[in-house]
Write a protein that binds this ligand. Structure first.
Ligand code: RVP
Length: 513
């Protein structure tokens, strides 16, 4: 007979936190958001254990989803710089995923790998299409059109007049040629580069090697960016920390390439992780790389799924099925669970496992975060960190294009289970031999454009820290231990919104009488 759970499947929007005593030292500036990412051993009597024992920690408990429309190298860099962690999407060729990992690992504050490059014989029309796509107006002209080819010149919007310069003009006839530009030699410090920028009144300084090959660009606006990132997540060699998505199909080739590129942590990307395929994948990583190969698994929504992955050796477990904003798995297949119920049950299983074995295995709440306060609720319910897709897809650093719809600026955001992403490995159960999606489990959509990642994340984290002070908690362990949560009735949810007033927006400004 089927097991029917007595409790309904609940989600974040149904809960509220009840404040605890706020002591005087409990101020947002004193709140520490450090979170463990990978499993570690500790004394079972020490509960919750100190996250600093984990081989990998993050300064901010936020990760970005391994999705084509979310986690490329640019977002990976931006998120690591503010203390979080990205997982580069795995639904691309092994070479291009490894290249994105390398770009993040090679990132030096202020030095950027040029993302807009053309050959000298390209036409002005190509340059305009490229700058529209990347949003960057400085184009490096290299002999082979790659970011590391021999530098021939630089093209900026000051080198042509739209509407006047013929679109078929070769960029070699418009660019400032190499002989006329100032450049720096690879190996110079950011301070030296900035001195050249100021001395020659430049907007951009190309950095080249002994063979005149382009290595980086340094822009004037990045001048003091370094001091703005005290929570940056870096490895022992001061390189940014980055994760990478893998699947349970081509892992014997993909994992070595990503490890070679410098990925700090891997994660198996699957909508349903309670499978023998995941066990094989974890075993491969562990047998090949031992404790150096950190690998998360998932997604699961219950105790059994969690324990299966933990006993298979997973370093962290991702929780959530069907709650993603672009996800239609519940509609298509009728599987899944409300995100809050899933996190609460899996957190209990993690605690039980830790008390029994002394192994603490972090859990990640993945998907369904539609309000900033849902982050705090997920952490209060026991998630060690959260993963978000929609949230990040809105930012400049996400790969989707910016478009205007109904007079509003939007960004594209598409699910990994949509026909656009065609990430069949994420949904495959094996057996058929088919390498394609048989039906969609995700949609292609738009989200309102929201600007820079850092500006938005600063506000979200300010809310998290403030709520933690309401709950009398200076770190995430205290929050989990002390949090008191209540299920809100639908009438009290209504009470929590603006009610019984007419909001003073543009439509309601009274006319002068
Ligand atoms: P959200 O933050 O609510 O946009 O959810 C992001 C999560 O949704 C991802 O981390 C992933 O687990 C899930 N996802 C990604 N693609 C799809 C799909 O096409 N159904 N779902």
């Amino acid at each position: 007979m089927a097991l029917i759970y007595d409790e309904p499947s609940r989600t974040f929007g149904e809960y509220l936190l009840i404040p605890n005593l706020t002591t005087k030292q409990c101020t947002p500036a004193n709140v520490d958001l450090l979170a463990p990412v990978a499993r570690f051993k500790a004394d079972p009597g020490e509960f919750p254990p100190d996250p600093r024992k984990s081989p990998l920690t993050i300064n901010v408990p936020i990760t970005s989803a391994m999705m084509q429309s979310v986690s490329g190298a640019e977002l990976g860099i931006a998120l690591a710089r503010v203390g979080g962690l990205s997982f580069i999407f795995g639904s691309q060729s092994i070479e291009s995923e490894a290249e994105m990992v390398r770009q993040v690992k090679n990132y030096k504050a202020g030095f950027v790998v040029s993302d807009s490059n053309l050959r000298p014989d390209a036409r002005l029309a190509d340059a305009l299409a490229l700058t529209r796509r990347t949003g960057h107006s400085t184009v490096a002209i290299t002999d082979d059109g790659t970011p590391t080819g021999r530098l021939q010149g630089i093209l900026t919007s000051r080198d042509y007049r739209i509407g006047h310069t013929p679109l078929d003009t070769a960029v070699r006839d418009l660019m400032t040629p190499f002989e006329a530009i100032h450049s720096g030699r690879a190996g110079i410090t950011l301070q030296q580069a900035n001195e050249l920028i100021w001395k020659h009144k430049l907007n951009c300084l190309p950095i080249i090697d002994a063979q005149q090959r382009l290595v980086y660009l340094v822009f004037r606006k990045d001048h003091d960016a370094h001091q703005e990132h005290p929570l940056e997540n870096v490895d022992k060699e001061k390189r940014l920390v980055i994760g990478a998505g893998i699947n349970s199909r081509d892992f014997t080739e993909r994992v070595p390439a990503l490890m070679e590129a410098g990925a700090d942590v891997l994660c198996i990307d699957s909508s349903d992780g309670y499978s023998e395929w995941q066990r094989d994948t974890i075993e491969f990583v562990k047998s090949r790389y031992g404790s150096r190969g950190l690998v998360g698994a998932g997604n699961v929504v219950d105790r059994e799924g969690f324990l299966y992955l933990v006993e298979s050796g997973a370093d962290f477990v991702k929780v959530g099925i069907g709650g993603g904003s672009i996800c239609i798995t519940r509609e298509q297949k009728g599987i899944g669970r409300g995100q809050a119920s899933a996190v609460i049950e899996v957190a209990r299983a993690r605690d039980e496992y830790f008390r029994k074995t002394g192994h603490y295995v972090p859990i990640c709440s993945d998907g369904g975060i539609s309000q900033d306060y849902h982050v705090t609720l997920a952490l209060a319910m026991g998630a060690d960190f959260v993963m978000m897709g929609r949230y990040f897809a809105r930012f400049d650093e996400a790969p989707g294009r910016k478009v205007r719809i109904n007079n509003q600026t939007m960004k594209e955001y598409w699910g990994e289970g949509s026909n656009r992403a065609r990430n069949w490995q994420r949904y495959d159960h094996g057996g058929s031999g088919k390498s394609q999606l048989e039906f969609e489990e995700g949609v292609d959509s738009y989200v309102p454009y929201a600007g820079k990642l850092k500006d938005n994340l600063d506000v979200t984290l300010a809310k998290v820290r403030s709520t933690m002070c309401n709950c009398g908690s200076l770190n995430l362990r205290e929050l989990y231990q002390r949090a008191r949560l209540t299920v809100a009735s639908s009438v009290s949810i209504h009470e929590g919104g603006v009610h019984d007033v007419i909001p003073r927006d543009m439509r309601s400004v009274p006319s002068e009488t």
